[in-house]
Ligand binder design. Structure first.
Ligand code: F3S
Ligand code: F3S
Length: 127
């Protein structure tokens, strides 16, 4: 015979441990077709990867040191919470760039990639 299932008292109180997704820095629209790359020199973990039209920060490899943000001459880099509303989409685009690349663990050994996300590839800038 099976013993009665052990139900925890007050099962409604099971609070799953929420693991907050790591925050990260994001490269936004001003980098498109500019690619100054000063940011690359500053990154201690080499997690800023080059695409065809812009560079992308790897959301899992970035350690949020913030060193890249002040050196970008066109102010394209933002802390995830501070990405301007009109460029909100760039947060997911930075992540999406790595769908096919995974987590190589180093941009310099990976080299420039001959693609962008579809959104960036077809993005029309007002500049
Ligand atoms: Fe782009 Fe600025 Fe870096 S233009 S490559 S985010 S320094
Ligand atoms: Fe590198 Fe900038 Fe993150 S310097 S570790 S990409 S905040």
């Amino acid at each position: 015979m099976t013993s009665p299932a052990k139900m925890p008292a007050g099962a409604h109180g099971q609070a799953p441990k929420e693991v907050a997704p790591p925050m990260t820095y994001v490269i936004a629209e001003p980098c498109i077709d500019v690619k100054d790359k000063s940011c690359v020199e500053e990154c201690p973990v080499d997690c800023i990867y080059e695409g065809e039209r812009m560079l992308y920060i790897h959301p899992d490899e970035c350690v949020d040191c913030g060193a890249c943000e002040p050196v970008c001459p066109v102010e394209a880099i933002f802390y995830e919470d501070d990405v301007p509303e009109q460029w909100a989409r760039f947060t997911e685009e930075n992540a999406k760039f790595f769908d096919q690349l995974g987590s190589p663990g180093g941009a310099s050994k990976t080299g420039p990639q001959p693609y962008d996300t579809d959104y960036i590839a077809s993005f029309i800038t007002n500049r």
